[in-house]
Ligand binder design. Structure first.
Ligand code: NAG
Length: 265
């Protein structure tokens, strides 16, 4: 199974992509049950980081967030989604660990020669965010992206959040988002000193994933991954200045000064 989608603006790729390039998704027989979103041209980037992604409802349909996932990949990031295109049923956190194992094996060789598997974020939407949280004991994860999600049970917040000592950013849908209280509770429970950001866009639980390029969630997410995983200093201001606010997000943050440009976390 192979598919290719133009995002437009394909152009000269740079080491740190300053504009999006063409991206695609594909299924690799050596990683069953997953889908790889990546730049079409894997030779134009250095130090490519990785996002392992869990879908809303923990869906096994890896096209659940296709526009959003292609947008992240268009910025020089390899995103490995749970599931395959059109697949029914649901996924498990173990599958996210499988994706990390797989890219750790393949990074530095063949098509993945320019991937640095020391730079992995676990992320997901709604139920997929809880799959990311399930990676909390995996030291290979160096950032978390929690999208319209949060721990369901306050006891999980109490047990999981103190274990996280890498940057964690929350992208929520405002008070009408069913995950709002959960996500805000998790945000408050992150350890002091850990770079933490929460943005609320008043669109509710569904986010903007289906909009062209994943809409404002896509814009915010690709900048988070570029900053945390690539130390791309051109995107700091989205979070540290008023970039996100200008885009409609209500934000709070803690210890962002510890996520300084220059070296990835
Ligand atoms: C991969 O990234 C890590 C973390 O930023 C860095 O320490 C390491 O030097 C990189 N590896 C290579 C081969 O450049």
């Amino acid at each position: 199974m192979f598919s290719k989608i133009f995002l437009g603006l394909a152009g000269a790729a740079t080491v740190l992509a300053q504009q999006p390039v063409e991206s695609l998704y594909e299924v690799d027989a050596s990683l069953p049950g997953h889908t790889i979103y990546r730049p079409s041209d894997m030779s134009s980037f250095e130090q490519m980081p990785v996002v392992v992604w869990g879908n809303g409802a923990c869906s096994a349909d890896s096209l659940s967030h296709v526009n959003f996932n292609l947008e992240v990949a268009a910025w020089g990031i390899v995103l490995i989604s749970q599931g395959t295109p059109g697949q029914q049923g649901s996924t498990t956190p173990d599958m996210m660990k499988q994706a990390i194992d797989w890219i750790s094996t393949n990074a530095g060789t063949g098509n993945y020669a320019n991937v640095n598997a020391s730079r992995i974020a676990a992320a997901g939407m709604s139920c997929g965010g809880t799959e990311a949280y399930a990676m909390v004991d995996d030291p290979r994860v160096s950032a978390y992206g929690i999208f319209n999600s949060g721990n369901l049970d306050p006891a999980q917040t109490t047990s999981i959040m103190p274990q996280i000592n890498v940057p964690i950013f929350f992208f929520l849908g405002g008070p009408s988002d069913i995950a709002y209280e959960n996500g805000m509770r998790d945000y408050a429970a992150v350890n002091q000193g850990v770079p933490t950001w929460v943005g609320n866009l008043p669109v509710g639980h569904g986010g903007t994933y289906g909009d062209p390029r994943g809409g404002k969630f896509g814009t915010a997410a690709q900048q988070f991954f570029r900053w945390a995983l690539r130390a791309d200093s051109s995107v700091n201001s989205f979070f540290t200045d008023r970039g996100a606010q200008a885009d409609g997000w209500t934000v709070e943050s803690k210890s962002l000064e510890n996520l300084s440009p220059g070296e990835p976390w």
